[in-house]
Design a protein around this ligand. Structure first.
Ligand SMILES: C[S@@+](CC[C@H](N)C(=O)[O-])C[C@H]1O[C@@H](n2cnc3c(N)ncnc32)[C@H](O)[C@@H]1O
Length: 367
């Protein structure tokens, strides 16, 4: 008889490694309610404070107030206004309210919150999908923080929300975004979810105009950063996840800053090829009829790494999804998606192609 994800996770915890048969225990209430608290003040940078005070709104509303840490941060920074907190859980002493269904309206209010985060696929994996499924179904969203944001933005002109940094690549509409601040220093003690602070205003100026910061450092507009994104043209045949591929891609940063994401010749790969699952998203092997010799593959890998480094610098890494925690130097680990990897490789091959045969191309036949 099939066992549900919930029954399975209650019995043994959640499977985190098939190879090692490793399970971790799941606190179902905590996961279902996204009850991870904002214990630090790093999220409250000077421009976020300025956005709050310059809004001229004098009532702070936290529809997901928990232990009231957001209010405490504001008080510590001497930003004192009237506080209105709500939570689904009565133990915290705030007014009980289901803010994923309706956020109460307070005159002259500004929402400042850290809502629950729970992706639909995580809810299934962690065995709590049944309890929260109605929110995904009724809204069509696939993460609870997006449901929460919808409710806050529907009711308030100004919203400050601490949410996963993955919002940048999520497709969530960011038309009212005024600023996005990546916070690399941890404000949480019980999760290492990479977060950012999004300030939303009343005008739909479009995501491209939003200002982007890393901590206190201004990086430019989201539009400027995103203009560097590269897309594949499918001009060369490249097969990812080919166990016999001669080019290896380590698609995530390790915690060692000297071993970042990179392309390398299979022989130079430090990984045990036979130990890598075909479906692994961390290291993949790539084959192509364009790969003609060991030296040429090494050259393509080198050029691709230079292009990747330029892209990382130009975009401050923000077009790459964050990956589980920080590197030892405190910067966020990143993951390279295959679409961007393909686009980079195509450019590297084209560059090589032009350098070796300036009047034509060696690899026409392979397209
Ligand atoms: C990520 S915690 C944040 C708490 C607090 N804002 C902070 O930053 O420390 C999310 C909070 O939302 C509450 N919550 C979860 N679902 C809720 C709902 N449907 N309505 C209201 N509160 C909810 C949880 O109980 C939890 O306290």
């Amino acid at each position: 008889m099939a066992i549900s994800a919930k029954a399975q996770s209650e019995r043994r915890g959640m499977l985190v490694s098939v190879e090692k048969n490793r399970y971790i225990e799941i606190d179902h209430d905590k996961v279902r309610n996204g009850a991870f608290f904002t214990r630090g003040d790093n999220w409250l940078t000077s421009h976020v404070s300025k956005f709050i005070t310059e809004s001229g709104l004098t009532n702070f509303v936290d529809p997901f107030a928990g232990e009231g840490h957001i209010f405490q941060s504001l008080r510590r920074r001497e930003i004192h206004f009237q506080e209105f907190g709500y939570d689904i859980n009565s133990v915290f002493g705030f007014t009980v309210n289901d803010s994923l269904v309706n956020v109460p309206r307070i005159e002259r209010g500004i929402v400042i919150t850290n809502p629950p985060y729970l992706a639909k696929h995580s809810a299934s994996r962690k065995g709590v999908r049944d309890e929260v499924n109605k929110h995904y179904v009724s809204t069509g969203r696939d993460d609870l923080y997006q449901v929460a944001l919808d409710k806050c933005l529907e009711t308030y002109s100004h919203v400050v929300a601490i949410i996963p940094e993955t919002v940048i690549n999520s497709g969530y509409p960011l038309d009212r975004l005024v600023s996005l601040t990546v916070v690399e220093s941890a404000d949480f003690t019980d999760t290492d979810c990479p977060i950012c602070v999004c300030c939303f205003g009343p005008d739909s100026a479009g995501r491209s105009k939003a200002l982007v910061y890393r901590g206190e450092e201004a990086l430019g507009t989201l539009g400027e950063i995103e203009s560097h994104r590269v897309v594949p043209t499918n001009s060369y045949k490249l097969t990812f996840n080919d166990p016999n591929g001669q080019l290896a891609l380590q698609a995530v940063d390790t915690s060692d800053p000297n071993r970042p994401i990179g392309f390398l010749h299979r022989q130079a790969s430090a990984y045990n090829v036979s130990g890598i699952k075909h479906s692994s998203r961390l290291v993949t092997f790539i084959s192509s009829p364009c790969f003609t010799s060991d030296d040429q593959i090494k050259q393509i890998a080198h050029t691709a790494n230079v292009l990747l480094e330029e892209l990382r610098t130009d975009t401050y890494d923000l077009i790459f999804s964050p990956f589980k925690g920080n590197r030892k130097d405190g910067t966020r680990r990143r993951r390279l998606d295959y679409r961007t990897a393909r686009a980079i490789l195509e450019r590297a091959i084209r560059q090589q192609d032009t350098e070796t045969t300036p009047h034509g191309t060696l690899w026409d036949c392979d397209r």
